[in-house]
Design a protein around this ligand. Structure first.
Ligand SMILES: [Zn+2]
Length: 150
């Protein structure tokens, strides 16, 4: 599985991960899927309802808003993203326990509060497979709503 993740979306994810540290940020990924090629077009941040600092639980209202936004753009929610404060850029045991939807994309940013390391996985029951980030990510994919965030 390959993922095209435009640089502005990488930057957005990193900013959210750093801002949330030492807690986890989380959100949903709007995009398209064609065969084994995933393309992210927007990241929709969600409030993290989890009480524990090393967990995430996306606010259902934010999830619904992201779903509506994706559909309005002719896209789907192809995955979720969250950060691992002072952790590894790999699925944790709770991520493995929480994964259910096959082929759903999981982006994880490990951050120490200063720097971020990004990794992506798709869930293929019973485990995760790491995805490949494709190069030549075009900035033309950035939507006007993302420009408002910067
Ligand atoms: Zn995690």
């Amino acid at each position: 599985m390959k993922l095209a993740l435009p640089v502005p979306l990488q930057d957005q994810f990193a900013r959210e991960a750093l801002a949330a540290w030492p807690r986890e940020c989380c959100g949903l990924i709007e995009g398209t899927r064609q065969g084994d090629a995933l393309r992210a077009v927007a990241l929709h941040p969600g409030r993290n309802l989890a009480a524990a600092p090393d967990r995430f639980e996306i606010d259902p209202g934010d999830h619904l808003a992201a779903l509506k936004a994706a559909r309005a753009g002719g896209h789907a929610l192809i995955g979720c993203y969250h950060s691992h404060p002072d952790g590894q850029p790999a699925p944790s045991q709770s991520d493995r326990d929480g994964a259910a939807e096959v082929d759903f994309l999981w982006l994880i940013a490990a951050t120490d509060g200063v720097r971020c390391r990004l990794a992506g996985f798709v869930y293929r029951a019973p485990g995760f497979e790491e995805i490949v980030f494709t190069s030549a990510m075009g900035a033309d994919l950035v939507t006007s709503s993302l420009n408002d965030l910067s």
